[in-house]
Design a protein around this ligand. Structure first.
Ligand SMILES: CC(C)(COP(=O)(O)OP(=O)(O)OC[C@H]1O[C@@H](n2cnc3c(N)ncnc32)[C@H](O)[C@@H]1OP(=O)(O)O)[C@@H](O)C(=O)NCCC(=O)NCCS
Length: 189
């Protein structure tokens, strides 16, 4: 199992020397992942769905550990064929043109640990893996009101390509955000 170690930004906690560890989730992590998801997001899934995604796409199901505890996760599916949420026409076009596509399904960090660079560390490791594995596209949906997450995605090169009206159960619109992965560079942007 490979993992990345990311030093904390100095401005956050100068007294702490502990690092954020990003690694692939194990089956034992799934309950904790589920509890972070329930606490931090209105979009929740049954255990079986987490297990299905983990089992099928372990390499792209990451957790972040801080002080020995799992405090964040990122889960994704390969090729965008999500049976629950069929991809929009923009994404279908990429798939039909033979592009290798990843759908970032969900990312969350426990509230107490937000703003410390953990979400960035998860996204960085995910994108590094996509690049190593020759992916062309990563896409996601985000609530139009979730400016914090939108900022995070923009920082990593995702662009808003479309509004998906009434995407969420409560009627809120989503932005469809897409990142084209530059396989020629070694950096993460
Ligand atoms: C979105 C989320 C995953 C970001 O994780 P995080 O660990 O807090 O993110 P980071 O500390 O790495 O910050 C990443 C970027 O987010 C933005 N950000 C962080 N804190 C912010 C705040 N208080 N206000 C506005 N933007 C903020 C900044 O652009 C930041 O980059 P910068 O520090 O280089 O400026 C986290 O806030 C979260 O779990 N939110 C609830 C769940 C959620 O909304 N998930 C996304 C669903 S689509």
């Amino acid at each position: 199992m490979s993992f990345g170690v990311f030093p904390l930004p100095e401005a956050v906690e100068p007294m702490m020397s502990l690092a954020i560890i990003v690694r692939e989730a194990t089956e034992n992590d799934l309950r904790k992942v589920m509890s972070i998801n329930r606490a931090e997001l209105p979009e929740n899934y049954p255990y079986g769905f987490f297990h299905f995604v983990w089992k099928k796409w372990k390499r792209y199901f990451l957790v972040a550990e801080y002080e020995g505890n799992v405090v964040g996760y990122l889960m994704s599916m390969v090729d965008g064929r999500n049976p629950l949420v069929p991809p929009s026409s923009d994404i279908r076009r990429y798939i039909e043109n033979g592009k290798k596509v990843s759908h970032l399904l969900s990312i969350a960090v426990s509230r107490k640990y937000q703003g410390m660079g953990i979400g960035s560390s998860l996204l960085k490791e995910y994108l590094n893996r996509l690049r190593e594995d020759g992916f062309d596209i990563s896409y996601l949906e985000v609530r139009v009101s979730n400016s914090r997450a939108i900022k995070l995605y923009e920082k990593f090169g995702y662009k808003i390509v479309r509004i998906l009206p009434f995407y969420y159960m409560d009627g809120e619109d989503a932005y469809l955000m897409v990142k084209e992965i530059d396989n020629s560079s070694t950096g993460w942007r």
